[in-house]
Design a protein around this ligand. Structure first.
Ligand SMILES: Nc1ncnc2c1ncn2[C@@H]1O[C@H](COP(=O)(O)OP(=O)(O)O)[C@@H](O)[C@H]1O
Ligand SMILES: [Mg+2]
Length: 268
């Protein structure tokens, strides 16, 4: 689809793949440090899965990458350009698929997808129609075009949110918990979609998730963020052999019936 003549990327190379560098980044709100001196690099065209417990700082980090939050220290570079500079986001098309989907509830699925190209006057209505219908087809959503988000299942909403991001022909696609609240079969479908989009369009993908199946099946590399600290970045194969107790506990949580924590629950 990046070959289409109405591509928003007229001036730039449609096949230009972008990398992301997170360089000694600290993010704090007031005196509360959420992300502490984190560094990693996402290679162009790679699927990078960022895992970690609830509250670890994953969503905050994603927002900083797309320039919605400023870093307190360190730098984030997208294709070598400062993510905090709005100019960078005019040059690089990035799209964040929000955990909630953030769909416009008053608009049909079709109009949700058409919103961005209309707003930016990128194409004629006829071109938009073609683009939106093509994108809906990629995600098996043609039948849902005229429906409103409230009429959709959880899995369909997630797909619509991905479709809406895809309409922007992103070079960098960020997903926040794309499989949360989905049954295992739909979660596996979403994982396949993430892999297929990367394979077909070489879109650099950063996926925040605590879905191990997703990480093991589609990630090129997996990172674990623990209380704002990056514990490891490695391949899905090697991370499963990681001996760091924090990594082990996160990937294979053991329910220890003898632990004081569990006994307390039993007594309450
Ligand atoms: N805008 C904000 N202002 C203050 N605190 C925030 C803000 N956004 C997130 N936080 C706090 O940062 C911590 C990490 O949040 P988040 O990145 O959403 O975690 P998760 O890893 O579950 O995505 C949480 O304690 C959250 O309350
Ligand atoms: Mg989150």
């Amino acid at each position: 689809m990046s070959q289409s003549p109405q591509s928003p990327s007229k001036e730039s190379d449609a096949f230009h793949h972008v990398g992301v560098e997170v360089d000694h980044v600290t993010i704090q709100f007031g005196s509360n440090k959420i992300v502490t001196d984190v560094s990693f690099a996402v290679k162009p065209g790679e699927i990078f899965v960022l895992m970690g417990a609830s509250g670890a700082g994953k969503s905050v980090l994603l927002r900083a990458i797309v320039g919605l939050i400023e870093t307190s220290a360190g730098k984030i570079l997208i294709d070598g350009m400062d993510a905090a500079n709005p100019e960078t986001h005019r040059k690089i098309r990035s799209a964040l698929v929000f955990q909630s989907g953030a769909l416009f509830n008053s608009l049909s699925v079709y109009d949700n997808l058409a919103f961005y190209p209309r707003e930016h006057r990128l194409m004629s209505e006829k071109q938009i129609r073609e683009k939106v219908m093509d994108t809906l087809k990629i995600l098996s959503l043609e039948q849902a075009a005229e429906k409103h988000p409230s009429e959709l299942s959880g899995g369909m909403k997630k797909r619509v949110a991905i479709a809406r991001a895809l309409v922007m022909e992103p070079q960098l696609l960020l997903y926040d918990e794309p499989t949360s609240e989905l049954d295992p079969i739909m979660a596996a479908t979403i994982s396949e979609i993430i892999a297929a989009l990367r394979d077909q369009y070489s879109v650099t993908s950063i996926v925040v998730s605590h879905d191990r199946e997703l990480a093991y099946s589609v990630a090129d590399r997996v990172a674990i963020l623990h209380k704002g600290d990056l514990r490891t970045v490695e391949s899905p194969e090697s991370i499963q052999k990681n001996q760091d107790p924090v990594v082990k506990e996160f990937l294979n949580p053991e329910i220890n019936l003898a632990s004081p924590r569990f006994r307390k629950i039993q007594q309450s």
